[in-house]
Design a protein around this ligand. Sequence first.
Ligand SMILES: Cc1ncc(COP(=O)(O)O)c(C=O)c1O
Length: 390
Amino acid sequence: MNFDEIIDRRGTGSSKWDRMHAYGGVSPDDGIPMWVADMDFRAADVLQEAMQDLIERGNYGYFAGDEDMNAAVAWWMHERHGWTVDPDHMSSTAGLGHAIALILETYTDPGDEVIIFTPVYHEFTHKIKLTKRVVHEAPLIIENGVYHMNLDALEAGLTGKERMMLISSPHNPAGRIWTPDELRHLADICARHDLIMVADEIHHDLVYPGQTFTSFLKAAPEAADRTFVLTAASKTFNTAGARLGTVTIPNPELRKRFRQALLEHQTQPNLMGVALTRAAYSPGGADWVDGLVAYIEGNHRLFLDGIAQIPALKGMPMQSTYLAWVDFAATGMEMTEVLRRVHEDARVVPSVGAHFGSGGETFLRFNIGTPRARVAEAVERLQSAFADLQ
Ligand SMILES: Cc1ncc(COP(=O)(O)O)c(C=O)c1O
């Protein structure tokens, strides 16, 4: 595993590289894309071997066999996260954005409110709005430099129109890992107000040394009847192009309705996504992730140390993920000027914080899941773009 290897992804249909100009006005010729949440590394050998097996078989016909993969998912959750989960409770979707949309459509009605903790992964808001449900923002507060949920304020502000709570655990952006106590508190709120809990745990593997992730159902098993846990190998192993996510639904009645919804939408597991996920959740995959986490942790130190040298910029401390979150508020600049400097002067394209909902307006999110030399180059360019700050 050589995470320093530079792979040229330009002209391959990569969203991150080939849509960068449309999103940020910066050409991939000299720009550094740090927006879309995928990584620029070569896939793990176990994944390459799985694809090679498929190629050698030379047949890509209709496919229904996700049982082995579900067993591998259960193995991984137990092995890596101490969460014991029944593979029979799992269903496959075309990724987790798809899963979220299906859950919204299946268990809520137009006009129902869905609680999200902002700023958060922009697709949460997008999917809630696209399905004609209503976003109920629970703004996170910053204490000691990191995000906290303001659960008393949330509960005091509930109106009775809420049907669902959707969390990113760990949290995208900034990688905050919610503690077992915080998760149990959320479970209590969901029980008191009869809310469905959707715990999106896609970021649970890239956890820095010394930090511990706890799955929602490990922290609050009593909430199993109202909980959906969303997982995927796609962030950890960079397989998002193969569109495969796993929805775990312990409640048999809710699970039945979900499988009916999958049937109605003619959704069957993606052959390649299944092959990659099954291969990923293995001892060889685990070794690769251990190497990856050490590498990303190094990138994160390089990036946040470099940002800290720019007066007025504040990078939020991270516990996990490759999604760094930087506050530009103290520059006193309009965000249009911040973005002009980042795009035109630094030739770097991060994600725009305002898209993550309330509280994100003065932030930019930088994806550091890329070879270290590129992270170092981005830091240098940002330092010179803001060199006049005192
Ligand atoms: C919290 C969260 N959920 C889901 C996704 C994407 O899921 P998918 O690519 O499976 O639709 C992301 C991608 O960044 C994410 O951050």
